[in-house]
Design a protein. Structure first.
Length: 119
């Protein structure tokens, strides 16, 4: 009897294109979006340590790139970006003027407050 080839047990390992995953993470794709594009389940990616490392790094690089573009827009004089960055990083806020109209009878307020039942 000829020696039989041993077949591996279980499913073959899933091939993940880590280069594509990193590119997608850099444009801030979610893990779910990447799973759909790469053609694997989200669960597969969530349990893959190399993917998680690549995704986290790619997202951070993407956020830094976006921040750089925002600052460039602000430096170029984009007023919307200047206002937004001022609010985010300098604690600047829009001033809201509130006007009151009408009259207030303080005696009615005091009477109403003392007429309230206790408890």
């Amino acid at each position: 009897m000829a020696e039989e080839e041993k077949r591996p047990v279980g499913r073959p390992p899933i091939e993940i294109d880590y280069v594509l995953c990193e590119k997608l993470a850099r444009v801030l794709c979610t893990q779910s979006e990447i799973a759909s594009i790469v053609g694997v389940s989200l669960s597969t990616l969530e349990h893959d340590k190399e993917f998680l490392r690549i995704h986290k790094n790619g997202q951070e690089v993407g956020k830094a790139s976006l921040r750089r573009m925002q600052y460039k827009a602000a430096e170029d004089g984009n007023p919307t970006m200047l206002i937004w960055l001022g609010k985010q990083y300098l604690g600047q806020r829009d001033k809201k003027d509130v006007e009151h109209s009408g009259t207030l009878n303080w005696m009615e307020v005091i009477t109403d407050a003392t007429d309230q039942p206790e408890g």
